[in-house]
Design a protein around this ligand. Structure first.
Ligand SMILES: CC(C)(COP(=O)(O)OP(=O)(O)OC[C@H]1O[C@@H](n2cnc3c(N)ncnc32)[C@H](O)[C@@H]1OP(=O)(O)O)[C@@H](O)C(=O)NCCC(=O)NCCS
Length: 170
């Protein structure tokens, strides 16, 4: 049985280990810690199996150059599942629950830089279809989805992640 819930302070070290194991390096774990330290973690969830953390997801704010001032957009990153727990639907559970929480908190758009094979199943599609580009010089890997109907009709230009991404080398 997998439980999806918000991360807790006492779990930060265990979460770090999950992220490092999933990505095979420190970069994304450092990013998660920096976003937390700077209060930029808008949603951070863990997947728990038998009291063990097996997955983690974080969302942080992004900006869009051409967008109404009040529009709030969230970036999904990073998403991690322990290698031995992958392909059991845990990444999907974290993603669906995270997107639901962001929508409930009033965010209108979510973006992600990742596999165009994986993320469309949650509702993401190529961001360039909505006149959105990104800082990473990629097209098919950069995707967006509406958390509120019609939100993507109101935007265009460049999506920028928080400066912490560059600081960490992401
Ligand atoms: C990506 C990741 C979070 C998926 O977690 P998961 O729990 O295995 O995912 P699910 O079980 O919900 O979904 C499995 C599906 O995702 C696909 N998938 C898993 N990792 C993938 C990847 N890196 N690229 C493309 N597809 C991937 C599997 O092939 C499988 O496809 P299927 O449903 O058609 O068989 C996990 O593989 C992981 O932690 N990878 C390392 C870190 C990473 O790359 N994170 C994403 C960064 S954007």
């Amino acid at each position: 049985m997998i439980e999806i819930r918000e991360e807790q302070r006492r779990e930060h070290q265990e979460i770090r280990q999950v992220i490092v194991a999933a990505f095979g390096g420190d970069t994304e774990a450092n990013l998660v810690e920096l976003l937390r330290d700077r209060n930029k973690a808008l949603a951070a969830l863990v997947a728990v199996s038998d009291n063990k953390i097996v997955g983690h997801i974080m969302f942080s704010p992004v900006t869009i150059t051409l967008a109404p001032k009040t529009l709030r957009t969230v970036g999904l990153a990073p998403l991690s599942v322990l290698p031995e727990f992958q392909r059991q639907g845990i990444g999907s559970m974290l993603t669906r629950e995270g997107l639901k929480k962001c929508a409930a908190a009033g965010f209108e758009i979510a973006v992600v830089l990742g596999s165009p094979y994986y993320y469309p199943r949650f509702g993401f599609s190529r961001a360039s279809l909505y006149d959105l580009d990104n800082e990473y010089d990629t097209d098919e890997h950069f995707m967006a989805m509406e958390l509120k109907n019609g939100a993507l009709d109101k935007v265009g230009g460049t999506v920028r992640y928080s400066p912490e991404f560059k600081e960490c080398g992401c």
